[in-house]
Design a protein around this ligand. Structure first.
Ligand code: PLP
Length: 383
């Protein structure tokens, strides 16, 4: 399908669906069954198998999956969950949904912008219930060390895997290191279908709870009743409407077949960007070459060496038709969080937020597109 983007010339993200994707959705619409049903079940099976996880529960968003994961970890009023601030707001807001407090921890450095295990350990208190790590940009955070720390302190490890489907650490899929992993299928993510998410877990108990809470803790769903398995239901707890629907599941199933291939292309483009940018003065590129083959390469972040130039460089690139973004503004600096949790200071995170720029990046980007981004960036950095 042709892109409908006219401006900017080179957008941050772009999505190309294939004719078979559209047909899978059309076929679902013609089937007459639109919510949670056979396609969602089929997708869950495929995704669980792909991850090597016992359970995959499709939900309406990654935010919903995080909420379910925190609840499954027993997070409630008075509890604390340690999270990064250098992430999307949902990682922390889902903690607040539980009536608990997000405790923000530092990233290692601007070159390795994932949670620092040592800083996490320093922030553990008797109220800490869980730690949520984010695999920023698709690169593995220290899940192995965090798992060891969580085990030692009796805490649940949750993974926000919104950026990192199919990425690995020591050959093991991200999302499968802790109690639960939360994936996103939001429109700009690696496996995007508009809105959608998924919780994976090896725990039968967590899976049963998430399946129940996803649909109002009802003892049977409409699909089961439709199939005559039962006529009535009971409500056995406080649940939510976190269901995924069938058209999106059909689109996920269809796109899933090309996931590895698309990520492979993302890796090639990432390596190409890295080598082109090695010659550009005034920036550095987070992560290392050897991390690329196990990453999902969701976005391409760079860090400006000089503090205070982010808005100017971004504006100059925009004037040349190149869209950039900031991944991420620090959560603890947002109005709602500053008011509620004043006095949080995370110097490395704050510097990263002030100097990061995310460059245009998508699997069907051409070499010419990349050359253009790099040339415009070099021009924007020049005084
Ligand atoms: C996108 C994103 C989310 C939220 O995903 P939704 O599916 O939009 O709810 C959570 N965490 C991170 C790190 C994200 O990038």
């Amino acid at each position: 399908m042709a892109s409908t983007n006219t401006f900017p010339e080179l957008p941050l993200f772009d999505l190309q669906l294939q004719p078979q994707d559209l047909e899978a959705v059309a076929e679902t619409l013609r089937s007459g069954w639109l919510t949670l049903g056979p396609r969602t079940e089929a997708f869950e099976e495929v995704f669980a198998e792909h991850l090597g996880a016992r359970h995959a529960i499709a939900v309406s968003s990654c935010t919903a999956a995080l909420h379910l994961a925190y609840m499954a970890a027993g997070v409630g009023p008075g509890d604390e969950v340690i999270v990064p601030s250098f992430t999307f707001a949902a990682t922390a807001s889902a903690v607040l949904y539980c009536g608990a407090t997000p405790v923000f921890a530092e990233i290692v450095s601007r070159e390795a912008p994932s949670l620092d295990p040592e800083d996490v350990e320093r922030r553990i208190t008797p109220r800490t219930k869980a730690v949520c790590i984010v695999h920023f940009a698709g690169y593995a955070a220290a899940a192995d060390r965090m798992k060891e720390i969580c085990d030692r302190h009796g805490l649940a490890l949750i993974e926000d895997v919104a950026h990192a489907p199919s990425a690995t650490l020591h050959g093991r899929k991200l999302g499968t290191w802790g109690l639960a992993g939360a994936f996103s299928f939001f429109s700009n993510k690696v496996l995007s279908v508009g809105e959608g998410g998924l919780l994976c877990t090896d725990s039968d108990e967590v899976a049963a709870l998430a399946r129940s809470q996803r649909s109002h803790c009802m003892t049977s769903g409409t699909w089961e009743r439709h199939n005559g398995r039962t006529d009535t239901y009971d409500v056995v707890g406080l649940g939510y409407n976190y269901r995924l629907d069938e058209p999106r599941s059909a689109l996920l199933l269809s796109r899933m077949g090309r996931l590895e291939q698309e990520i492979e292309r993302r890796r090639e483009l990432t390596m190409r960007y890295r080598s082109l940018l090695a010659g550009v003065e005034g920036i550095h590129v987070p992560f290392e070459d050897h991390e690329v083959p196990s990453s999902s390469c969701y976005v391409f972040p760079i860090m400006l060496d000089e503090d205070g130039r982010q808005a100017e460089v971004s504006r100059r690139m925009r004037e040349q038709g190149i869209q950039t973004s900031i991944f991420y503004p620090s959560i603890h600096r947002f109005t709602a969080y500053r008011e509620r949790f004043p006095g949080v200071s995370l110097p490395i995170t704050e510097l990263a937020s002030r100097t990061e720029l995310t460059l245009p990046f998508y699997p069907h980007m051409s070499n010419d597109d990349q050359d253009r981004v790099v040339a415009v960036l070099a021009g924007a950095l020049a005084r």
